[in-house]
Design a protein around this ligand. Structure first.
Ligand code: 9D3
Length: 233
């Protein structure tokens, strides 16, 4: 059965640029995933079609209201009998990484909730019990791009989406080290030469060089990943 992804947002059209091209498009065509949009604003009840309001207790910004979000979630969930794993995109969430993407790729239904500009009424978290996910410590204008990042990272993990070769390529980096440096033609460019070892024809020696380079690059560029790698092994 294909993974079903429901996307609840205020700007469903933002997703067309990402979901309509490349890997996500191919995954839909192959019947491995389906995307279903719900516009949260369709569930607004007042004449201004409001989805947010000023925070009780004062303060800046607006807060996404419970009733519209709950109605949108219940409407989307009723479209299919399978229970959905609810994911709320929020700066307060657990930071997305490859292992979380792998867990999400094993679900059979995801329901993503993305707000715009504002925070959510805390009772959305309390009442819907979603997994709260962030994509990193910087401020976006809304959760839509975060939802697209999550979708892209999850969809490429679904069996059959990537060719065997690219899938194996991804997996060989799941050990938490950075990639080794890569080169292609020409052998020399503006005085910069490709390392000689890559022309030696000795595959074991090349593999050793690449493995050393991965460790060296990781220590130098991502000391945080290096520390994690040392603790694991
Ligand atoms: C920390 C910023 N908040 C200050 C009180 C207000 C706020 C600003 C922007 C709350 C939400 C947003 C919109 N961002 C997201 O919805 C979001 C997000 C992000 O901004 N960074 C990383 N991951 C994510 S997931 C959703």
């Amino acid at each position: 059965m294909a993974l079903r992804i429901d996307i609840l947002s205020l700007f469903p059209e933002m997703f067309d640029a990402v979901l309509g091209v490349s890997i996500p498009k191919r995954a839909v065509a192959k019947g491995l995933v389906s995307f279903h949009h719900t516009n949260i604003r369709d569930f607004a009840v007042d004449k201004h079609r409001s989805v947010d309001d000023r925070p009780f207790g004062g303060g800046p910004g607006m807060v996404m209201m419970c009733p519209t979000v709950f109605d949108a979630v219940e409407h989307a969930e009723a479209q299919d009998p399978r229970p959905a794993t609810r994911v709320l995109l929020t700066p307060q969430g657990r930071v997305l990484d490859q292992s979380l993407c792998q867990s999400l790729a094993r679900e059979d239904r995801l329901l993503l909730i993305a707000g715009h500009y504002e925070g959510f009424d805390e009772r959305i978290v309390e009442g819907l019990q979603p997994l709260e996910v962030s994509i990193g410590d910087y401020i976006l204008s809304g959760g839509e791009l975060a939802a697209m990042v999550l979708i892209d990272a999850v969809v490429r993990l679904l069996p059959g989406v990537l060719g065997a070769e690219s899938g194996a390529w991804d997996e060989s980096f799941a050990d938490g080290l950075l990639e080794y440096p890569q080169y292609t033609r020409p052998r020399e460019f503006r005085g910069m030469k490709v390392p000689e070892v890559l022309f030696c024809g000795d595959h074991a020696r090349i593999a050793r060089w690449r493995s050393e380079q991965r460790k060296y690059q990781t220590q130098k560029k991502r000391p945080d990943l290096w520390e994690k790698y040392l603790k694991k092994s």
